[in-house]
Write a protein that binds this ligand. Sequence first.
Ligand code: ATP
Length: 266
Amino acid sequence: MPTNMIDDAVLAFDGIGVTRNRNQLLRDVAWTVYPDERWVMLGPNGAGKTTLLSIAAGQLHPTTGTAIVLGEKIGRTDVWELRTRIGITTAKLAERIPGEERVLDAVVTAAWSVVGRWREQYDPLDEARARGLLEQLGVAGLADRTYGTLSEGERKRVQISRALMTDPELLLLDEPAAGLDLGGREDLLKRLTALAADEDAPALVLVTHHVEEIPPGFTHAMLLREGAIVAQGPVERTITAEHLSQTFGQPLVVEHNAGRYTARAA
Ligand SMILES: Nc1ncnc2c1ncn2[C@@H]1O[C@H](COP(=O)(O)OP(=O)(O)OP(=O)(O)O)[C@@H](O)[C@H]1O
């Protein structure tokens, strides 16, 4: 690949392998993500999705290969500085938000914690930004509630607002629709569809187990099985019956309707 293309890339991974306790969690992963791309990563339990996302988040060094995140080579760079440029939501991070915290505080303090500052009072610009993000995710009315009183779907949207607070160049969403009921999932998908269409939004990578959770407008897909890539590329060419059957290890039928995918056993 020409060097100038790699320079523009948000993620440029080559020959990535991760080994832990003699288990090969990832093998020979090559993956490039550009700023205007919206990726969905799919694969069965244990396929290596979270491991790959951790490298993208600057949280994990690969055992082999080269991982360049936002132009910085993992292993050579100050990851703390790098992490301020990346927004991430995971179930583990969400558990750290105290139930008694006011929703607006949960969003505003994202900016404080990444830069390691502590303040008694809001900067009015921070507060306005947090309120704007809650509005964008359709939960502005919840700003003064405590986080613990929110439904799971509302919490997910607050978590995404929080991850966007620092104006990241890359947003990583690990199973954002997990545990949501049908209405909650559809609400979240609507917001993610709007985010995908927003040209000011960062590059997006969303991990899921279900093709039903691919928001319309997502441009690319990566399919993983047992730590290796089964297929990757533009979403319509990648989310096919053949690729998904191979990824999930059983014959599957895939349908694509009005921008949404469904899959079932053949
Ligand atoms: N420190 C470790 N030592 C050994 N094996 C590990 C370690 N961490 C993760 N694994 C294994 O690596 C594999 C990939 O895990 P990973 O969490 O990346 O998968 P995943 O695709 O995100 O799975 P899920 O969909 O279940 O969240 C799993 O089999 C897991 O048990």
